[in-house]
Design a protein around this ligand. Structure first.
Ligand SMILES: *Cc1c(COP(=O)(O)O)cnc(C)c1O
Length: 433
């Protein structure tokens, strides 16, 4: 009956996550509150990691795309689960470092890494840099050269695959700020140049074709295009690339309209394509990387809010306002992302009303959903927004000087804070007169 298997209802008709009453969590930690089920996160990790063992003889690594939710606790879970980490900024890299994450399993992405960020990566001995463009290639060669070192690099490739997703998060096209294109010969040229540089070692290629994708086909197509390109690189430059990073983007269920594929199916399907294409091109099987972010954490999380005023505009709509909004979840204002909503203290009652859920920020577009079905609600109720584990806390802001909510992790019937609630003093911490 609930969207995700970590949710349930207890005898009080209260919503539970990981078996814990959400009303008790709201009372103990306050609202708004992000809650995550650690056991569900680990189950998701294992679906991916076990699929590498099962369908590809363990010849690969699953990287957690930390941008979905980057905290030390998440880095620790990824490490425990034998995964690597995808980071896209100095801040994410620093978080992984502070969590004690093994740096040889880190892949550093990003379309415009600054020299300072690259120096940090060099200093921390990050395992692999995913190079976006020629400028960056030269910069890396210089920086690593000054330190008398050699960087293991992959190139971000635009394979030109239509990923059947929202335009704003589609990245496989030629017209994308990410990476170098295949069709134009740009990708081959940059690899040719890299081979001639003394302080980089080209180990592989990477693509990421989009996000919230529900089809296997674009991933299989991308895998085929990429392995074919590895064949071209071998034929043209006599260089055998050993790593194939196929990115993330695996879809999850935000509402009943979404029908995600079990996460182990991706490796099952992709490994067949990689094997057959590698054989056709006379290539050794590459080490495969996949980078799930959203599908690791999104459905393992929810956000709890306290309902404030309910404002009916006769003949138009009813606004239900909560004590957070775009500051803790900007996904509706960014791309009209859809969510499932529940009144947590009457979670099994029928959804007899339709509300527009409004935040408390001074922005008319500050909504979490429009015309959504919900139980009849009044001031003081607890509203749960489901599947907010990814791209909520990590995209949060302090707009209107609203402190960021706490992040609480539940596991084995217990809860703990993994990120403390911000205070007004935190907001002013770096503010000088
Ligand atoms: C965003 C991103 C991911 C993760 O995407 P999800 O949709 O969260 O799985 C993986 N790799 C790269 C390079 C990305 O930019």
């Amino acid at each position: 009956m609930f969207l995700s298997d970590c949710l349930g209802a207890n005898e009080k008709n209260h919503l539970t996550i990981g078996g814990i009453d959400t009303l008790e969590l709201a009372a103990e930690y306050g609202t708004p509150l992000y809650v995550l089920d650690e056991d569900a996160i680990r189950r998701h990790c294992r679906m991916y990691t076990e699929s590498v063992a099962r369908f590809y003889d363990g010849n690969g690594l699953i990287l957690y795309a930390s941008k979905a939710l980057c905290t030390k606790a998440l880095c620790k879970i990824a490490e425990d689960e034998g995964m690597g980490l995808d980071v896209v900024s100095g801040g994410e890299l620093y978080t992984a470092h502070k969590a004690g994450f093994p740096m040889e399993r880190v892949y550093f992405h990003g379309n415009n890494k600054t020299p300072e960020e690259l120096e940090l990566a060099l200093k921390l001995r990050v395992g692999q840099i995913v190079v976006d463009n020629r400028d960056e290639l030269i910069l890396i060669n210089d920086l690593w050269g000054k330190a008398n070192q050699k960087a293991d690099i992959l190139f971000r490739i635009k394979p030109g695959i239509d990923a059947h997703t929202h335009d704003f998060i589609m990245t496989g096209q030629i017209d994308s700020k990410f990476g170098v294109a295949l069709e134009t010969g740009e990708a081959m040229e940059i690899i040719r140049e890299a081979v001639s540089l003394p302080h980089v070692k080209v180990v592989g290629i990477h693509c990421h074709i989009g996000s919230q994708i529900f089809d296997l086909e674009p991933f299989c197509k991308a895998a085929e295009v990429m392995v074919d390109f590895m064949g071209d690189v071998k034929d043209t430059l006599s260089l055998t690339l050993t790593q194939l990073n196929l990115g993330g983007g695996f879809g999850i269920r935000y509402t009943d309209e979404d029908d995600p594929i079990p996460y182990d199916r991706y490796m099952e399907a992709v490994s067949m394509v990689v094997k057959s294409t590698a054989e056709r091109r006379g290539l050794p099987l590459p080490y495969i990387l996949m980078e799930p972010g959203r599908s690791i954490v999104a459905s393992a999380g929810l956000t709890l809010y306290t309902v404030g005023n309910v404002k009916e505009i006769p003949g138009i709509r009813s606004y239900l306002s909560v004590d957070g909004g775009m500051s803790d979840n900007p996904r509706y204002i960014l791309y009209q992302a859809k969510y499932d909503f529940l009144i947590a203290n009457r979670c099994q009652d029928a959804k007899t009303e339709v509300y527009t859920i409004a935040g408390k920020c001074c922005e008319s577009g500050d909504l979490l959903g429009e015309h959504v079905p919900l139980q009849s609600a009044r001031r003081g109720d607890t509203l749960a927004v489901l599947a907010t584990g990814a791209y909520n806390y990590s995209m949060s802001s302090r707009y209107n000087c609203i402190p960021r909510p706490a992040v609480v992790m539940v596991s084995g019937g217990k809860s703990r804070v993994i990120v403390k609630r911000e205070t007004y003093e935190d907001i002013l911490q770096n503010d000088c007169l």
